[in-house]
Design a protein around this ligand. Sequence first.
Ligand SMILES: N[C@@H](CCC(=O)N[C@@H](CS)C(=O)NCC(=O)O)C(=O)O
Length: 277
Amino acid sequence: MGHDVKISGFGNFEVRAKVPRPGRHPKTVEAVTIPPSCFITFKPTVTLRGKIHPYSIFFDLEIDMLTIHHLGKSQSERIVWLCEELDVPYELKIHDRDSMTMLSPPALRELHPLGAAPVICDGDLVLAESAAIVEYIINIHGEGRLALGPNHKNYTDYLYWFHFSNGNLQPVFGRNMMLTRANLAPDNAILLSTQGRLTRVLTLLNDRLENNDYLAGQEFTAADIMSVFSLTTMRYFFHWDLSLYGNILKYLKRISDRPAYQRAMRKADFNMPLLLT
Ligand SMILES: N[C@@H](CCC(=O)N[C@@H](CS)C(=O)NCC(=O)O)C(=O)O
């Protein structure tokens, strides 16, 4: 049997085998065994699919789209925003939180054992963890755009701020949300230390944005896509006043002026006012 052929940016030709199977002779309708054979399938890349999608009604073509599973008001807004920035075509499946517990619905647990959003499906792949998804989409469908590579002068800034979002910023907001819900005394040592950590994290971010338009430097990157949720939508779950952090507020204005951000937020959470101030 021949080999599969991959043409970068175009698609994959795969050779598939058909096993011998019963059939009927078309003229005599007599029972026969159809001999084994091979056939070729073609799977276009997501880029090509995006280009031909508007014309797909003219062809007998099944288009297998990247699917983003988005939970309302959640970190999965990052993935919708990334695809809008990169112009990567996608199908959006919106899941609603349970109105009492605010947890995700069982449909997400059927996709991934943690039942948390985001989850993407791309062909046979099911992938969770927003940072992993962001890297996957950038490398597989985005030709590396919005990431800075090792030869870029801001490479380590990019690495630091990309990982800062899920390594520090989002966890410190999450810990403060939990402790506030636990109704601890205002002078509780753990509460005070957690609030102190949040203040230090926001000060670090604010200082970084003093002379840089974006987190990795003057260039907008995926580090920004990873971080903005915690400064905006997350404040629906844990309110924190950002008025002391003028550079963060100016940064949020720059972000909210981006057409791709506006499109993403309209598609992902169309009736949610954005917390940008
Ligand atoms: N580290 C994960 C966190 C995922 C996560 O916790 N997602 C939240 C939404 S912000 C969620 O699905 N919560 C609902 C639940 O766990 O039931 C990521 O970045 O993807």
